[in-house]
Design a protein around this ligand. Structure first.
Ligand SMILES: [Zn+2]
Length: 389
């Protein structure tokens, strides 16, 4: 029942930065090359296309230390570009808003473009709101310990949500929320349910419950509706184009952790992670996501959604996703380095320069240390000779 939750999409300014790494591209409005200060961020080459700030893929590849990869099959057509390393893979296209990052589909906020030199351009907003928090979750600013999980079983009372011969959305989401609450409590988290029974709550009442907590994440559970041949799990976070959402980067990390875990446990089709202006997410002050756990209108998926086994599978998957996200949000988690990449192939000129640098370099600490140990050995032998005398 997306329609009831959907607000109009507000095109707007890019808002406050969501992460603090000094070298990451800021989502503040771009400065012109002439006025840009000589900071590390000036490595980002901004290009305006149709009023949107874009960055070349080459900048993204270089910043995250990724290598060009062969363009893999991105569906029926070849992907437009692929970069990655042993741990990370970003495949752009073939759709103009399609990115598969570490195997998960993300719908981009702005279409991919091509620079006159043929380089792929990605909107700065997509780099800052999707790529950065996924590749470097521990750089998300304002990370804090998550102790509370607010679970929102969608619909309730006179608002039954989708009803099919197999499932009633309000009931299914409540069953899964209860199972998930039990599992999360076993893992030591404080859990609040927006509703414990079949009762109606407005979106604002649900949001208010979450906003009273200072250490919470918010998760709203729903079932999807569509064509009879459409199936899969989809996860949504708020469109990052409105001012005032301080947790967009964290919400991206949450959505990614949830979607990855759900797909791994359920083997359902990847419906992708998306941004949307759901009212239930628009005034939340903590990391928040809305999960469409499957299509009630798809016969096979609907049949699964009616079984206790599948409810358990989904609740376990959500618990694992929440636990993984909470671990990354822990401020005590060690800041992870930029994703490791194999060293780039050096040119002969670079090899020569490196050899010269090595030759000119002062003795290393190790050499000093071996000299020191030789000296200590000599002193020991001398004193031993003295004792023998
Ligand atoms: Zn719904």
């Amino acid at each position: 029942m997306k329609a009831a939750l959907l607000l109009c999409c507000l095109p707007g300014l890019i808002f406050a930065p969501c992460f603090s790494s000094p070298e990451a591209p800021s989502d503040r409005p771009a400065q012109t090359a002439a006025s840009a200060p000589p900071t590390p961020a000036s490595v980002w080459h901004n290009t305006m296309v149709d009023g949107v700030n874009y960055l070349p893929l080459e900048d993204v590849r270089s910043f995250y230390k990724l290598l060009p990869l062969p363009r893999r099959d991105g569906g029926e057509q070849a992907a437009r570009a692929a970069v990655g390393n042993a741990e990370t893979e970003l495949i752009f296209g073939p759709g103009e808003r399609e990115l598969r990052i570490c195997g998960l589909r993300w719908e981009l906020s702005h279409p991919l473009k091509e620079a006159p030199n043929g380089d792929l351009l990605i909107s700065r907003l997509d780099v800052t709101s999707i790529i950065e928090p996924i590749l470097r979750p521990t750089y998300i600013s304002g990370r804090k310990l998550i102790r509370t999980v607010v679970l929102d079983a969608g619909h309730g009372g006179h608002d039954s949500g989708i009803i099919t011969p197999k499932v009633r959305e309000a009931d299914t989401t409540l069953i899964i929320a209860r199972k998930l609450a039990t599992e999360l409590r076993k893992r030591g988290l404080h859990v609040l349910l927006t509703r414990e029974q079949n009762q109606y709550l407005s979106a604002q009442q649900r949001v208010d419950i979450a906003n009273k907590e200072s250490d919470a994440l918010f998760l709203s559970l729903h079932l999807n509706t569509g064509r009879s041949d459409t199936s899969g799990i989809e996860t949504y976070t708020l469109t990052p184009t409105r001012p005032g959402n301080k947790c967009d980067a964290a919400s991206t990390a949450l959505a990614t952790a949830l979607q990855a875990s759900l797909l791994r446990h359920s083997k359902a089709k990847d419906g992708g992670c998306h941004h949307a202006h759901y009212s239930i997410l628009s005034s939340i002050q903590c990391p928040a996501a809305l999960v469409e756990l499957g299509y009630a209108t798809h016969e096979e998926e609907s049949a699964k959604l009616a079984t206790d086994d599948y409810h358990s599978t989904l609740s376990m998957a959500l618990a694992d996703g929440i636990t993984a996200f909470a671990a990354r949000m822990n401020p005590e988690a060690i800041l992870q380095a930029i994703p490791k990449a194999p060293p780039p192939v050096a040119t002969p000129k670079e090899v020569k320069a490196a050899q010269k640098k090595k030759a000119d370099a002062p003795p290393t600490r190790r050499k000093k240390s071996s000299r020191n140990s030789a000296r200590r050995k000599e002193v020991r032998e001398r004193s031993s000779r003295r004792r023998r005398r």
